[in-house]
Design a protein around this ligand. Structure first.
Ligand SMILES: N[C@@H](CC=O)C(=O)O
Length: 335
């Protein structure tokens, strides 16, 4: 299928392009960016462009919108312009987006294939309600994606409460998000909007599809987000209360979590690996960036703590979105 990547020169857009290079089902035909970049070769704008895209001429967003002529859109544009752009494109095309603009619409799924694949049924609700031929599927905020993969492994024990403190990498703030002087030798315990997203997106993702919308999961959740001087890879200290489960059972649940192994999705990797001391520099690239690493599990009688780390740009953004598209393709939502 022919694909366009919107916002192709930003941190997440570059990751989309890298992950889609040589993809067996999706062929990137259009790299879309600002008017400033339009007409220039992708390799001039992005130093580490995959070889096959170095000479591709970048298209401006207005030009793309006049005649999209692709089968699928991956969106890495900023949220400030995404709502309108996505709404326009979804009238005729499937849109897989990293932007938060539509995440909280009741008929739009926040999809993590290993956690809530059944929420894809909302595509039919969107089409019915909005008269679209296409649809919008979002991936979660990066820290939420990493957290929910670990929580999904624990769902069978009955999750009652989650407390999480994040240590988020610099790349989560975008290419020019933070100055070196602000983050070097420092920890910044404030990421605007992040805690609300973690708390609300997690409950939607782990919630139940009730016909035309998702009933959020009922567990209590409280998040504290911090930025740390790590390039890529968000790490999270999680404290969870479960209805039941021993330490051995919880560890076994982490170790055996592999819900979509049979589907044959090209990007699929085991979503979770247990390792004693998870660390972003050592573990973020595990499973080509799609595997999260869980460890430091301690606790008893339904009260546990653990650490999870994962690649914010891959599992937490572009990689999650590509996996969403692969799942939709496999389940017949892309024609
Ligand atoms: N908001 C996150 C980026 C992931 O979506 C961050 O600031 O790290």
């Amino acid at each position: 299928m022919r694909v366009a990547v919107l916002g192709a020169t930003g941190m997440v857009g570059r990751t989309f392009v890298r992950l889609l290079a040589g993809h067996p089902w999706f062929r990137v035909e259009k790299l879309v960016a600002s008017e400033r970049s339009a007409g220039r070769k992708y390799g001039e704008l992005v130093d580490d462009s995959p070889e096959e895209f170095r000479d591709v001429e970048v298209t401006s967003l207005p030009e793309f919108l006049r005649d999209p002529d692709v089968d699928i859109v991956f969106n890495a544009l900023p949220a400030s312009i995404s709502r309108e752009v996505e709404g326009e494109l979804a009238q005729s095309l499937p849109v897989f987006t990293n932007a938060r603009s539509h995440r909280y619409d009741p008929d739009v799924p926040i999809l993590v294939p290993e956690v809530n694949l059944e929420h894809l049924e909302l595509i039919e609700v969107q089409r019915e309600r909005r008269g679209w031929e296409g649809f919008i599927v979002t991936n979660p905020n990066c820290s939420t994606a990493i957290l929910t993969v670990s929580l999904a492994a624990l769902r069978g024990f009955g999750i009652r409460e989650v407390k999480v403190a994040t240590m988020q990498a610099i790349s989560g703030a975008g290419y020019s998000g933070l100055s070196a002087l602000a983050i070097q030798d420092n920890v910044i315990p404030s990421i605007p909007g992040e805690e609300w997203k973690i708390e609300n997106e997690s409950r939607k993702i782990l919630g139940e599809l009730d016909g035309v919308e998702v009933k959020p999961a009922e567990f209590r959740i409280s998040a504290m987000a911090t930025r740390v001087p790590v390039l890529h890879g968000h790490t999270e200290a999680v404290f969870v209360k479960l209805e039941e489960g021993s330490l051995e059972e919880v560890r076994e649940a982490f170790e055996s979590f592999d819900p979509l192994g049979e589907l044959g999705l090209p990007s699929y990797e085991r979503p979770l690996v247990y390792s004693d001391v998870p660390q972003p520099r050592l573990h973020r690239d595990r499973g080509r960036g799609l595997t999260v690493t869980v460890g430091r599990l301690e606790g008893s009688s339904g009260s546990f703590k653990y650490v999870v780390t994962g690649h914010n740009l891959v599992r937490g953004a572009a990689g999650g979105s590509v996996l969403n598209a692969e799942l939709a393709y496999k389940l017949g939502y892309l024609k």
